[in-house]
Design a protein around this ligand. Structure first.
Ligand code: BGC
Length: 808
């Protein structure tokens, strides 16, 4: 037996050296992974499918500390260890979220799994080590989606991949790609959009960018995890159609177009079953219907039944507890878990481990290209900012604007990203005031000193947050109160005013429809009013900068300032990026990937979000160990497929700023729409010409919407089915953009037949500068109903859902 095991270890050594043909090495079997699985003990298999624990939640120490550590010959079997093997994570990459189990005798190396979507989250310093391990804080997901630029997002992915690799990690726990069903979800900043098509496309390019560096990703949180309140116990009740068309579709696109190494299942239940325990989600849909080849891991401490998770095809349980190892071993011994299923999961993990840099013996430098990556984030942030208003060409600042009055706490204390696992330990962040100075503008010193003094004083009186508390963020500091006289004085002395309105949010709780969160506070309203009035009286401009993680109310105050720049949370270079746009160094080209409604009550899910808490006796038992509330709860997605613009457009509810909207410093002409045929047979090509008809160079995002015939199934009035961004067009320059329409894009999910069907009839192609601003329209017909794809019947709700439907 011993000899067999040594030879498997050698096999792996050979694989590690790139399958080199070493004459002395034993012949690799046809299937080395299967061979190694057959050499593993039951305890080792169970340990491999369970992570090695987490520092923060470390249990009691191993029963016998004198024994060699896990993975070494002579170590006690994993199910006899009482504490998670925290040493493994800590000693590999400090601050990583988790580590898979190593079995040295078989050549099985650990994989280091590290957050998160906006950059790599590891500890920036280590005890007794003078080196630093800072990572680049990139723009939040919502900003990246607002670039509508898959190449740019791929470039950001490559930069992140470089940091994952060079700091010794194997898999990034991202991108986050849940649908922004409701503007108040606390983690929306990590996610891309209310629309599954742009979500899937942006996620796929992020995954491809990261994985091009030879490291993995984990697209998360699969699926229908659209609120943070009670996230470990929330049962999402949703129709199969809404699931397939809205909540799963982005994941499908990412899986099929970018082949991510792993998927992270979500905390919530879907129609009564934990996502991590659902064979219908993780096997039927993810693998059978979509062809996913990697492995699935749970979200941290997600679900509650390790054996059900194994059966469902949730291959790895993170961060892992000894109790889970024990439960799996016991279930196999008691014939409650088929060993073949455990082997299947082990194989999936090993297949990915073979790709990992640690297995390949990559010598990481701990020196990623932080300088180069800072340039990537600075540029990316400028491309995702959305110019919401620009009356009388208030922006960019002309040569007459030399001295600026900067109002609002977050002009000084910029918010560069959200809190929780999406937080990044960056070396620095550039505030807006610093960015303006870097771009050669001067600020009013009196106002600067007033704000700086106030913020220093207030901050100074608070305890400094470190470690876990730091990533959870601190309460915002109340706005500095300025009276009308100060503002009047500024309007005399300064050439223009900037007011920054800041909002932050993060993991573990949702936002609220209150003043100070979704709504502006009375004082913020007053400040905008006073500043706009006083500056207008002196024929000077007021610009509002929204330094926010997600949607806020804009309708009540948007008429006051001359310009509004939605700067989102732009990563560590945010101040420079904003200044680059304000000065016209970069012409803004971002557009909204999420609707800004007039008021919260207009949101189609306003009534049901974030769900209702249940009598414990009526509810499924809460599992998991996440922070925040965890009371049994349920939410019914009565908005069905009418999420975001699908609702506002179909039900004619006018938003404040519609999906796809965004201005530029130049203008564009749309012409020459060509559709390759008026009759659909398999696929169509669409081309359109875009000309820069203005005076400065710029890029334009062009959106393709389809209106499908509603015969048997109701349909949203428009759906996004393509988008493209021009290159930087010089004034007068024209570019032809092309789009492909395949049958999948025509189809809707028919629950009765569990299939995607394209109904016969007339389809309108609408080329828009936004979902409302349609510039060109054409059409084609489908002669007969097409069954595009049949899917496995899965996740049927147990109750009838009274879903929103347009009247015929
Ligand atoms: C979050 C995940 C994250 C994990 C590891 C969980 O609380 O939901 O998104 O990747 O922690 O930090």
């Amino acid at each position: 037996m011993k000899r067999v095991l040594i030879s498997f270890a050698l096999c792996f050594a050979v694989i590690a050296s790139g399958f080199s043909q070493n004459a002395a090495a034993p012949k690799l079997g046809k299937d080395p992974v299967k061979n190694i699985v057959s050499a593993m003990t039951l305890e080792e298999k169970a340990a491999l499918v369970v992570g090695t624990g987490m520092n923060m939640f470390a249990g009691p120490p191993p029963s016998d500390p004198s024994k060699p550590p896990t993975g070494q010959p002579g170590a006690p079997p994993p199910n006899q260890q009482q504490g998670p093997v925290v040493g493994q994570t800590k000693s590999l990459v400090s601050g990583a979220a988790g580590t898979s189990y190593a079995i040295t005798r078989l050549g099985i190396t650990p994989m280091v799994l590290t957050d998160g979507p906006a950059g790599v989250r590891i500890d920036p310093t280590r005890p007794n080590d003078n080196n630093t391990y800072y990572c680049t804080a990139f723009p939040v997901g919502t900003l990246l989606a607002s670039t509508w630029d898959v190449d740019l997002v791929n470039k950001v992915g490559q930069a992140m991949g470089n940091e994952i690799l060079e700091y010794g990690n194997d898999i990034l726990l991202g991108p986050g790609m849940n649908i922004q069903r409701n503007p108040l979800c606390g983690r929306n900043f990590e996610y891309y959009s209310e629309d599954p098509y742009i979500t899937g496309k942006i996620a796929a390019s992020m995954v491809s960018g990261i994985e091009s560096k030879g490291v993995g990703t984990s697209i998360k949180h699969f699926a229908a995890n659209n609120a943070e309140t009670n996230r470990n116990s929330l049962n999402t009740i949703v129709s199969e159609r809404a699931l397939r068309e809205i909540y799963l579709e982005g994941f499908r696109i990412a899986v099929q177009e970018s082949n991510p190494w792993t998927v992270m299942s979500s905390y919530n239940l879907i129609n009564g079953t934990y996502a991590s325990q659902s064979p219908e989600l993780l096997t039927n849909i993810l693998r059978k219907d979509w062809g996913f080849k990697g492995f699935v891991m749970t979200d941290w401490f997600g679900g509650k039944d390790a054996v059900a998770q194994m059966i469902a095809g949730n291959d790895m349980l993170m961060p892992g507890t000894p109790a889970q190892v024990k439960a799996i071993v016991t279930a196999v011994n008691e014939k409650k878990l088929d060993i073949a299923l455990l082997d299947r999961n082990v194989e999936r993990i090993l297949n990915i481990m073979l790709l990992s840099p640690r297995f390949k013996g990559y010598k990481y430098s701990n020196k990623p290209d932080l300088k180069g990556n800072a340039q990537v984030t600075r540029q990316a942030a400028t491309e995702g900012m959305v110019l919401l208003k620009n009356e009388n060409a208030a922006l960019p600042f002309g040569s007459d604007v030399k001295n600026i009055a900067t109002f609002g706490n977050t002009s000084y204390d910029i918010i560069i990203g959200g809190t929780g696992s999406g937080f990044v330990n960056k070396a620095y962040s550039v505030s807006l005031t610093e960015g303006l100075k870097n771009d050669g503008l001067s600020l009013n010193e009196d106002l600067f000193n007033l704000y700086s003094g106030y913020l220093n004083l207030t901050r100074g009186g608070r305890p400094k947050l470190t470690g876990f508390m730091a990533i959870m963020g601190s309460r915002p500091i109340e706005e500095l109160y300025l009276n009308q006289d100060i503002i009047k004085g500024m309007a005399v002395k300064c050439d223009a005013a900037l007011i920054t309105i800041g909002r932050n949010s993060g993991e573990g709780s949702d936002r609220t429809n209150t003043k100070g969160d979704f709504q502006l506070t009375d004082y913020e309203q007053q400040l905008i009013k006073m500043v706009s009035t006083e500056f207008k009286a002196k024929s000077k401009k007021t610009i509002v900068i929204l330094n926010v993680a997600g949607v806020v109310e804009t309708a009540s105050w948007k008429d006051l300032p001359d310009a509004i720049l939605l700067a989102w949370q732009g990563g560590q270079e945010a101040g420079n990026s904003i200044a680059d746009v304000l000065t016209g160094k970069v012409n803004p080209s971002g557009k909204l990937a999420v609707t800004f409604p007039v008021k919260y009550e207009d949101v189609p899910s306003a009534k049901s979000f974030p769900g209702k808490e249940l009598e414990p006796s009526k509810a499924p038992a809460a599992g998991g160990m996440g922070f925040g509330r965890s009371v049994p709860a349920e939410v019914t997605y009565e908005d069905g497929i009418y999420v975001g613009y699908r609702y506002y457009e179909t039900f004619k509810v006018k938003p404040s700023y519609e999906f796809g909207y965004g201005l530029s410093f130049t203008s564009f002409d749309y012409s020459n729409l060509k559709i390759s045929s008026t009759k659909f047979s398999g696929s169509l090509n669409v081309t359109v010409e875009i000309k820069n008809s203005g005076k400065v160079a710029g890029k334009e995002v062009v959106e393709l919407y389809l209106s499908a015939p509603a015969v048997k199934l109701d349909k949203p009035s428009i759906e996004l089915k393509g988008f493209a961004k021009t290159k930087l067009l010089q004034p007068g320059e024209t570019q032809t953009l092309s789009f492909v329409i395949d049958s999948r894009k025509l189809s809707s999910f028919d629950t009765a037949t569990s299939s995607w069907i394209a109904e016969a009839g007339k389809y309108d192609v609408k080329i828009g500068a936004s979902s409302e601003n349609i510039k060109l329209t054409g059409s084609f017909t489908v002669a007969k109903d097409i069954t595009v794809k049949k899917e496995t019947v899965s996740l049927t709700p147990k109750v009838k859902i009274a879903e929103l439907k347009p009247s015929k």
